[in-house]
Design a protein around this ligand. Structure first.
Ligand SMILES: C=C(O[C@H]1C=CC=C(C(=O)O)[C@@H]1O)C(=O)O
Ligand SMILES: [Mg+2]
Length: 462
């Protein structure tokens, strides 16, 4: 079976268009899902480029779960009160949508993927012009791969004047092209220049942050910096994702493409995952390099585990997440002590969080409560954000902010967009930050950010 049966699509479109009352709303979403033969997600991703579609990509850390989206059937953009407004628009889409999805599989059917800026109050720079304060897309075509099964969802925004037969034929043709695509050649590209943005100034900012903390005005402040690369030719996004899939198996991979701009990364940090009412979150803070040998690696891990400064950095995150979930969840389970979370280039302290979300709350409520955790903002939240806003020489844009997906069956997942890069044709900005506490040392924090650049740097040609 390839793609969705013509008749089903045509009939559904016809019914959706006929019953659309333009006095109530101008357009509505029609979403049709069907199980398909095993398909290579990366070939689908590459075929979408050939078809001239913007692409989105997501894989989770556990299980086999991959979402690839092509095109944009419905855009949900928000500026003021971005999370609340996004939720309102999403609910509106679902209320008026015609959804045919016989599968209960998370990530199939009407799915929105997107992200938001780290701090809506920070003045925006031109760097992030394609990435609005909150921007979600319901792709025209979504391929979902879960535990060996593949699904294709076609999403269409229909208006009263649309012609169902023509529309059905058009989307069927494109779906076929995407599913039989492939054969595109990956483009190699090289770094031609590399520039760290104001490292000395950044170290000075770290010093001032520690002073502020020592004076009792804050307890923890996370500060980030930027590394700029120029390539000899436009970067091939598919090539980058293929490399990340090989090198960062314990991370979420995400990619949001807007024309020539693309924000992508490989983050280990889950913000929230919801499967109906089962909620998972994670505390990730405290960092050390990996060792060259097994013995060295274990020694560094032990030192990280017992290091007072790193444990303090971590504990702020645990406390805050516990408090944020307390009123909104039941059965909260958080282990007493962290464990080590090893990645290719570095290791972290990690505490998993599990809970049951109360019926009256949504994934958006949790994102709003949790973001930014002290792994990206600090403690207390307002004081640390104010310091970042005033002192960081960087427009974080979507870096460090929630990115993810949600479906119409109360499933969804958001990760924190770290270990990430904004690619704009031949240029890339990489971002890395670290948690500053009272006894942070500027040089050591600088070295820590250096290893946090590696996951992206190593797939971008170095
Ligand atoms: C801010 C980043 O990492 C955070 C997440 C894990 C560990 C961190 C740390 O040890 O400082 C940071 O809080 C980043 O990678 O850009
Ligand atoms: Mg740290």
């Amino acid at each position: 079976m390839i793609g969705i049966k013509d008749k089903t699509t045509e009939e559904l479109l016809q019914r959706a268009i006929q019953s659309l009352d333009p006095n109530k709303y101008n357009s509505r979403l029609v979403s049709i899902t069907e199980e398909i033969n095993d398909t290579d997600p990366m070939e689908f991703f590459e075929a979408a480029k050939v078809a001239g579609k913007d692409r989105v990509f997501w894989t989770s850390t556990e299980d086999e779960f991959i979402l690839v989206g092509a095109g944009n059937a419905w855009e949900i953009a928000a500026e003021q009160d971005r999370i609340e407004s996004t939720e309102e628009q999403w609910e509106y889409v679902l209320k008026t949508a015609v959804i045919r999805n016989p599968y209960k599989v998370p990530g199939t059917g009407a799915v929105a993927l997107g992200g938001m800026t780290f701090d809506p109050e920070k003045e925006r720079s031109g760097l992030w012009e394609s990435f609005r304060p909150s921007l979600f897309t319901i792709p025209e075509y979504i391929m979902t791969k879960q535990q060996g099964s593949c699904y294709l969802t076609i999403n269409i925004q229909v208006c009263k004047n649309d012609h169902p037969v023509q529309l059905a034929r058009q989307v069927q043709d494109t779906a076929k092209t995407l599913l039989t695509g492939g054969g595109t050649k990956l483009q190699n590209f090289r770094v031609s220049s590399k520039e760290e943005i104001a490292p000395q100034h950044w170290k000075e900012t770290i010093r001032r942050a520690t002073e502020k903390i020592q004076q009792g005005e804050a307890e923890k402040i996370v500060l980030a910096r930027e590394l700029r690369l120029t390539f000899d030719r436009g970067a091939d996004i598919s090539n980058i994702i293929r490399k990340l899939m090989k090198t960062q198996p314990n991370s979420y991979l995400f990619c949001f493409e807007k024309g020539d701009d693309c924000f992508l990364g490989a983050t280990p940090e889950r913000l929230v995952r919801l499967e109906e009412d089962k909620l998972l979150s994670a505390c990730l803070a405290g960092t050390a390099p990996r060792g060259e040998t097994k013995e060295e690696d274990e020694r560094i891990g032990r030192e990280l585990y017992h290091d007072r400064k790193n444990r303090q950095e971590h504990e702020f995150v645990v406390q805050m997440i516990r408090n944020a979930l307390e009123h909104r969840c039941t059965d909260i389970s958080i282990p007493e002590a962290p464990v080590l979370y090893p990645l290719k280039n570095l290791q972290h302290l990690y505490t998993p969080v599990a809970a049951t979300l109360k019926d009256e709350y949504s994934i958006f409520d949790i994102v709003e409560q949790l973001h930014p955790t002290p792994a990206l903002g600090g403690t207390p939240r307002q004081e640390s954000l104010e310091f970042i806003r005033q002192n960081e020489q960087l427009d974080r844009g979507w870096y460090g902010a929630p990115v993810g997906w949600l479906d119409s069956n109360r499933n969804g997942e958001f990760a924190v967009a770290i270990r990430s890069s904004l690619i704009r044709g031949k240029e890339a900005s990489l971002f890395a930050g670290c948690g500053v506490v009272a006894d942070s040392n500027p040089e050591e924090e600088y070295q820590e950010t250096k290893i946090k650049f590696l996951p992206m740097l190593s797939v971008l040609g170095e």
